[in-house]
Design a protein around this ligand. Structure first.
Ligand SMILES: Nc1nc2c(ncn2[C@@H]2O[C@H](COP(=O)(O)OP(=O)(O)OP(=O)(O)O)[C@@H](O)[C@H]2O)c(=O)[nH]1
Length: 183
């Protein structure tokens, strides 16, 4: 298995959620802490955000204004490892087993490993190679902000979402845009 960095994106505005969702207490701990814990086996872990989160290593967006692509770009720029696991702060059902599952599927020619179904990819809860930093920046500067398009443009592996959910549970990719999304 390759050595990897874990990056949790938390630089959004949580406007639909109504309060900073990273800090929202869910089943005894903040949402961010669930995502962080799932990355405990990483060589290093950090949050990409534009405010401090005490207790967590936080790096800022280097190019602001590009939504999740700003976060991904900064994650790749700050990471010390060749592979970077990138998740949203509102994905509390991602697990260490899931990250291991993805990392075991890395091959030398790939630059991304993602879950998808019928062409729809899950860009958060995915692995990216650090070498994508330059392409992420090029797209940021060109206003091409869709992570799915970035993934489609580089050598990538898509794993079937139905099979992955059968193995890890139907909530694996649940992301809490609103408090009411959380079971
Ligand atoms: N670092 C960074 N993270 C971001 C940025 N925009 C969104 N994110 C994060 O990416 C993940 C997915 O984004 P959304 O679910 O849309 O979260 P959000 O932008 O806070 O939510 P809304 O304001 O309701 O759209 C969340 O973990 C966000 O915190 C950004 O510009 N920089």
């Amino acid at each position: 298995m390759p050595i990897w960095s874990g990056a949790v994106l938390a630089g959004g505005h949580s406007s639909r959620f109504g309060q900073d969702k990273a800090l929202y207490p869910y089943r005894g701990r903040p949402l961010l802490a669930w995502v962080w814990e799932a990355m405990a086996e990483a060589e290093e872990r950090f949050v990409v955000a534009n405010r401090p989160y005490p207790g967590f290593t936080v790096y800022p967006d280097l190019r602001k204004g590009g939504d999740t692509l700003s976060g991904l770009h900064s994650a790749l720029a700050h990471a010390r490892c060749p592979w970077v696991a990138v998740a949203a702060c509102d994905q509390p059902f991602l697990t260490a087993e899931f990250w291991r599952f993805l990392l075991e599927r890395v091959q030398p020619h790939l630059q991304a490993v993602v879950i998808g179904l019928e062409g729809a990819l899950e860009p958060l809860g995915a692995l990216y190679h650090k070498s994508l930093e330059a392409e992420a920046l090029r797209r940021l500067e060109g206003g091409l902000l869709r992570l799915q398009d970035l993934i489609q443009s580089v050598p990538h592996l898509v794993l079937d979402k139905r099979e992955v959910e059968a193995r890890f549970g139907p909530r694996l990719f649940l992301n809490a845009n609103r408090q009411s999304d959380l079971p």
